[in-house]
Design a protein. Structure first.
Length: 140
């Protein structure tokens, strides 16, 4: 068993499970990422959001427009630069994100619910360490 093969399989399965509308997905992956970032960090400019998430600005612009049309995001004047706009979650956007987050977490926790608690704890610690290592690599 190769680590890289198992990680590829994990990412593929997680993407499939979390984005499957038959399983109740209400947000596409990119929409979820946008709402998650704004939920965690608050209002920000679209250009900053594109940079942080490593997205093409035109791709982000189309998704933002769709989220604004669905009243999940607002465009507001940036208080630091009245010529610019910031993206902000609406109450509906916050509620939609939290519901989708809960659904996605349940997909994973349900899959390991039958595991012994020590195994679930060990997996969480190992994933935490992996995420820290990958974050350091991404920052360098």
């Amino acid at each position: 068993m190769q680590l890289s093969e198992e990680l590829t399989r994990l990412f593929t399965l997680l993407w499939r499970i979390t984005n499957d509308q038959r399983r109740g997905a209400t947000l596409a992956r990119l929409e979820y990422l946008i709402l998650a970032r704004l939920y965690r960090e608050g209002a920000m400019r679209a250009g900053d959001l594109a940079h942080i998430e490593g997205l093409d600005p035109s791709t982000l612009s189309r998704r933002v427009a769709a989220l604004v049309d669905r009243e999940l995001l607002l465009r507001e004047t940036d208080p630091d630069d009245r010529r610019a706009q910031q993206l902000q979650l609406t109450d509906a956007g916050r509620a939609q994100f939290l519901a989708e987050q809960q659904r996605r977490v349940a997909q994973v926790t349900d899959a390991v619910a039958h595991w012994p608690a020590t195994d679930r704890t060990m997996l969480a610690h190992l994933l935490h360490d992996l995420n820290d290592s990958l974050q350091k690599k991404a920052a360098s």
